[in-house]
Design a protein around this ligand. Structure first.
Ligand SMILES: Nc1nc2c(c(=O)[nH]1)N[C@H]1C(S)=C(S)[C@@H](COP(=O)(O)O)O[C@H]1N2
Ligand SMILES: [Mo]
Length: 361
């Protein structure tokens, strides 16, 4: 089966080429770990087919540049597994597009998933190479060529050296106990917990220790946050906020928007993310935000990068209902109420209270 066949069978296809597909909402809440086959796919170019003995180069500001295959990484370094939610910076973009058109795929709530990633700690590999003075960023390159506004270049992204040295940042070959599928970055990808998915380069070919961020278009001219007053044509890319840490968010996964459901008891369920902070409260309203109920939370306290799943059972009278969810993090911060306040031309970081309409009866 090809990656496209798998996506068509298990996911909601947003774009066939490059392959972009999201997890159907019901599959986001059936298990704490999202099976690899149900995990969203966000690719900017064609899926490269790389050999099992593919090598990644490690160079730049290091004393001992070298290259590694998966087998060599497995022999040289301790294997590490980190459970972390990965989320596209464009997740829930459709809700910003309800305000005004943006660029990008109209993701609903499913450009997100939670997985146990297995690989080696990037910091161990960097330590073995010897980081030189002046090292401030770690750049990554993928085997795929991607187009950013007419400029074609290999996928490239970077993270700060401080983030790169966190032990939970992995060079990964596995997901939920399986080897990575081609569409998720086989044989080796980066996993940067807590950061927008774009920083987790798939199909790694090179890791370069640098004195400045990656010059690749994906890093330099994309995935930046601008205020609503800035149009894409006028964007000064150096002034945009580089999207790294992901903000507080929550979404309703069941029922789905527009559903017709029986009147009476109804279970409302979904996920919330606070990345590194706790999700301390999830509130649900069945009357468009007038009254709020507290949802039951399911989280793994020893897994700070994972999402929190939540559910609450309500009694719905016959008729139309606007259901809303909002989350509060461990610092007492809440999501913005309305998407109008956070609209931006690229449709990133769509975190307003999630509202859906259902008909009971
Ligand atoms: N080489 C490469 N890495 C990439 C991408 C890509 O297009 N090419 N997409 C990024 C983006 S935007 C996201 S959200 C995640 C998605 O990972 P997944 O497809 O395994 O869910 O991969 C990131 N890594
Ligand atoms: Mo993404």
């Amino acid at each position: 089966m090809t990656a496209s066949d798998r996506a068509e069978q298990n996911l909601i296809l947003r774009c066939p080429e490059p392959l972009n597909a999201e997890t159907p909402p019901d599959k986001l809440i059936t298990s704490f770990l999202t099976p690899q086959a149900n995990f969203y796919i966000r690719s900017h170019g064609p899926t490269p087919e790389l050999a099992d003995d593919h090598r990644i180069a490690l160079d730049g500001l290091v004393d001992r540049p070298r290259s590694y295959t998966v087998a060599e990484l497995q022999t040289a370094f301790a294997t590490r597994t980190v459970t972390a939610t990965m989320q596209c910076a464009g997740n829930r973009r459709a809700h910003l597009q309800d305000v005004e058109k943006t660029s990008g795929d109209p993701w609903d709530v499913g450009a997100i998933g939670n997985a146990a990633w297995t690989g080696v700690a990037l910091c161990d590999v960097l330590a073995a190479a010897g980081i030189q003075d002046g090292a401030s960023f770690v750049g990554t390159t993928g085997a795929d060529d991607v187009d950013v506004d007419g400029e074609t270049a290999p996928f490239g992204a970077s993270i700060s050296i401080a983030k790169a040295l966190e032990p939970d940042v992995l060079i990964a070959w596995g997901m939920n106990g399986e080897v990575l599928a081609p569409e998720h970055g086989a044989p080796l990808r980066l996993v940067v917990p807590g950061y927008a998915g774009v920083r987790s380069a798939k199909w790694l070919t090179r890791i370069e220790v640098r004195d400045r961020p990656s010059d690749a278009p994906i890093q330099a001219k994309d995935y930046k946050l601008f205020p609503a007053s800035v149009a894409k044509e006028d964007a000064d890319w150096d002034r945009g906020l580089t999207i790294e840490e992901m903000p507080l968010n929550a979404a309703i996964c069941a029922p789905v928007d527009g559903a017709h459901i029986g009147a009476g008891a109804c279970e409302i369920a979904g996920y919330a993310v606070a990345f590194g902070r706790a999700v301390s409260r999830v509130e649900v309203s069945v009357n468009d935000g007038t009254d709020w109920l507290q949802a039951e939370l399911t989280s793994q306290p020893d897994s700070p990068w994972s999402w929190t799943q939540w559910h609450v059972t309500v009694d719905l009278s016959p008729g139309l209902h606007v259901l809303v969810v909002r989350a509060v993090d461990g610092a007492g911060q809440m999501q913005p109420e309305r998407p109008e306040a956070i609209w931006n031309f690229a449709g990133y970081l769509s975190t307003a209270w999630h509202r859906i309409t259902v008909t009971a009866g």
